[in-house]
Design a binder for this molecule. Structure first.
Ligand SMILES: CC(=O)N[C@@H]([C@@H](O)[C@H](O)[C@H](O)CO)[C@@H](O)CC(=O)C(=O)O
Length: 355
């Protein structure tokens, strides 16, 4: 691909095609009862994620997005974040020997401390992580794209061979600079820049980014915007819900011609499927399942203020028997009473939705 020339500066993108396509589970972090990181918990969690397969035996998940918001990374130490990324890499290597099929590990290494980010970037590259993602600093909040990209560049240079993603999440960070403006400048300055996780409801900004930068991975960060993002030519999605089930989202992606990055046919050109009555009926069913899941997610979301991520932890325990422990302070665990109500209220719906 030709170099991008702007403002008299030019960098040649290291990759000329999107590397991250498909669904990435925004993973929870398992903690032990004493509150320490449960490094051994990753293998069981990875087995669970790999159990989601399509009718041809391909994984539905293209990978994981580790140590993000759902992973409580801002409540973890730098050392723990390293251990968590290593644990994902080790688990997937053990479970899937074929590197082409193996789910990818994107690790979020952002924080307000530039030196910590640099240490985590170098570590991710050293252990061969597939990608790194960074959110903008959010204590001293930048108000335009220049300081953001300056911050990102200083981190990306510590992992010169690792695909780099921008993690946009204005609701959490308070940084409201549209991602498109960050992306536009980042492609000029960062050779390893590979796209963004756009956790935004601004579909116009998403569409502008996919249209102008077809060589980048543009991933949605909200399940609620999954369909709009897909219609805006996004390359896939990162979400908490994919630990519960990726199935209807996966089928919808495949119908739209997106092969996950770890699918044997990834990279093959899209051939539009013939619209048979069966296909249309299948699409309608998937759409209806996605809408019901969004409704459930809305409800889980409404618990979030009070109970934080523990509701998701409860659902994972209830449905799949996976234990994640309590979230870290200041998030709070779900009380036994609330847990009973949540589980009772959702059990029936989970049984019909998570198929
Ligand atoms: C706040 C939050 O947890 N957001 C989720 C979504 O999956 C979200 O839970 C879902 O869209 C429901 O609102 C993801 O964006 C989180 C995520 O990607 C991450 O863990 O970094």
């Amino acid at each position: 691909m030709a170099s991008v020339i702007a403002n008299g500066q030019s960098v040649k993108p290291k990759w000329d095609t999107p590397l991250f396509k498909g669904l990435y589970a925004a993973t929870l972090t398992p903690f032990k009862p004493d509150g320490t990181l449960d490094v051994d918990g990753y293998l069981e969690y990875a087995k669970h994620l790999l159990s989601f397969k399509d009718s041809e035996g391909n994984y539905m998940l293209a990978g994981v997005y580790a140590n993000g918001t759902t992973g409580e990374s801002m409540s973890m130490s730098t050392e723990e974040r390293k251990l968590a990324t290593e644990a994902w890499m080790k688990a997937f290597k053990e479970l899937e020997p074929d590197a082409a099929k193996r789910p990818k590990v994107i690790t979020h290494i952002g924080s307000d401390s530039l030196p910590d980010c640099q240490v985590l970037a170098a570590h991710a590259e050293q252990i061969g992580a597939d990608g790194i993602a960074v959110m903008p600093p959010h204590f001293f909040r930048p108000t335009n794209e220049k300081p953001i990209v300056d911050f990102l560049s200083k981190i990306a240079s510590h992992a010169p061979n690792t695909p780099f993603l921008y993690y946009e999440f204005p609701v959490i960070t308070g940084v409201t600079v549209p991602a498109y403006r960050v992306i536009k400048l980042a492609v000029e300055k960062i050779p390893t820049f590979q796209g963004a996780k756009m956790t935004t409801q601004d579909v116009g900004d998403i569409a502008r980014s996919t249209l102008r930068f077809p060589h980048l991975s543009i991933l949605s960060g909200y399940e609620e915007t999954f369909l709009a993002h897909l219609l805006a030519s996004g390359t896939g999605s990162i979400g908490m819900c994919f630990s519960l089930t990726p199935a209807p989202f996966y089928r919808m992606l495949r119908t739209m011609g997106i092969y996950p990055s770890n699918h044997p046919k990834t990279g093959t050109p899209f051939v539009a499927p013939t619209l048979t009555p069966e296909l249309l009926a299948g699409l309608r069913k998937d759409l209806s399942q996605i809408l019901k899941l969004l409704d459930l997610i809305g409800e889980v979301g409404s618990f979030k203020g009070r109970h934080g991520l523990s509701v998701t932890k409860v659902l994972m325990r209830e449905r799949y028997g996976l234990e994640f422990g309590e979230p870290r302070s200041p998030l709070t665990a779900v009380s036994e009473d609330a847990e009973l109500r949540i589980v009772k209220g959702m059990r029936a719906r989970l049984d019909t939705l998570l198929v």
